[in-house]
Design a binder for this molecule. Structure first.
Ligand SMILES: *Cc1c(COP(=O)(O)O)cnc(C)c1O
Length: 346
């Protein structure tokens, strides 16, 4: 084994979807953008379709085409970037539902693909995508005649339940959609956890499915094992790795693992994280380099020659690692290397 190995627990994924679904009385979709948050969008989508998901969200049309290949006809596949210039063929050929997010996109869609499925994105304050209240007011009657299948907006601060922005956006969404008889969606994982007022007709969790905050009770989905390339003796006073940042205080043993920041293991993870041999933690020694990580295994039984050490497991999950690197679980998951071998357990 020469590359890291991701083990993705599909039953944990499905359980997370069912648990989030059980928290609402409405339909629960699944967000599978960025290759299913790094886990493989086809397998993830098929697993969640079996669990009961009937709507899937991706970021761009190309991702939607891949998910359609995996799912076959039937489930709705919504494209969050809407109908971008040049997307008409992909949208038509793969039966995608663009979430139109500007006046230009609405015009582009009804002109190039009349009578084909679409949704509308409204901006309720995040100022990233979506029609502003005045644009929507001007376009609303025309757009509704074309029969959108979903009207949605997105919360900027839903991972902070007490943030004033949540209520402000909720109020804006209610005002902008008053009297409209089209299914509505406002909540991603964070919004789903804010409670019933935020659920509307469809929720759109992503990160919670994959075991990340803010869904604290999520089942961990990913295990990451890194192969041990060698274990070497280092004398007291010798140093390890770039910049000599680690010096042996005693005769030591160093395991060199075949993964590094080129595999999405940010250099900022260097101080503080552990590599596990089963349940036993060993500290990193020195800096993470591009393709290698060095670990102080002096305390390990010298007879033991583990093939792998584990970086991500139930003890040290994605959020714990993200905290050390000063980032969020989303970033860590979506940077998981294409070099890793992925295997799936049911
Ligand atoms: C990414 C995204 C989601 C999913 O968000 P999570 O925080 O991962 O649950 C839902 N809706 C939109 C518009 C998004 O961009």
């Amino acid at each position: 084994m020469s590359t890291g190995h991701l083990t993705i627990d599909l039953s944990a994924l499905a359980e997370n979807w069912r648990a989030l679904d059980a928290m609402t009385d409405v339909e629960t979709a699944a967000v599978v953008k960025a290759n299913g948050y790094g886990m493989g969008s086809g397998v993830v989508a098929r697993t969640l379709a079996r669990a009961g998901a009937r709507r899937f969200f991706v970021a761009v049309a190309e991702e939607g085409a891949a998910v359609r290949e995996a799912l076959g006809p039937g489930p709705m596949i919504a494209v969050l970037s809407g109908h971008m210039d040049g997307d008409a063929d992909l949208i038509r050929d793969h039966d995608l539902t663009p979430m139109l997010n500007s006046v230009d996109q609405v015009l582009r869609h009804v002109e190039s693909l009349p009578r084909r499925s679409f949704g509308i994105q409204l901006d309720t304050g995040m100022n990233r995508l979506g029609l502003e209240p005045d644009e929507w007011a001007a376009l609303r009657d025309v757009a509704l005649k074309q029969m959108p299948v979903l009207i949605m907006s997105h919360l900027a601060c839903a991972d902070e339940p007490d943030h004033f922005m949540n209520q402000r956006q909720l109020t804006a969404f209610l005002e902008m959609t008053a009297g409209i008889d089209v299914p509505r969606s406002l909540a991603a994982t964070g919004g789903l956890l804010l409670g019933k007022d935020y659920h509307f007709d469809v929720t759109r969790p992503g990160i919670g499915l994959y075991g990340g905050r803010p869904y604290e009770n999520a089942k961990p989905v990913v295990t990451l094992d890194l192969p041990v390339a060698q274990i070497r003796e280092v004398a007291a006073g010798e140093s390890v790795g770039y910049g000599n940042t680690w010096t042996a205080q005693r005769p030591s043993r160093i395991a060199t693992l075949a993964a590094g920041y080129a595999d999405g293991l940010f250099r900022a993870l260097s101080p503080g994280i552990k590599l596990y041999d089963g349940e036993t933690p060993y500290p990193i020694a020195g800096r993470i380099s591009m393709d290698l990580i060095t670990v102080d295994v002096t305390e390990m039984d010298p007879e033991r020659k583990p093939e792998v050490l584990t970086l991500m497991n139930d003890i040290q999950g994605v959020d714990a690692l993200a905290d050390v690197a000063g980032t969020i679980g989303y970033e860590l998951l979506t940077q998981l290397s294409q070099r890793y071998k992925r295997s799936y357990i049911e």
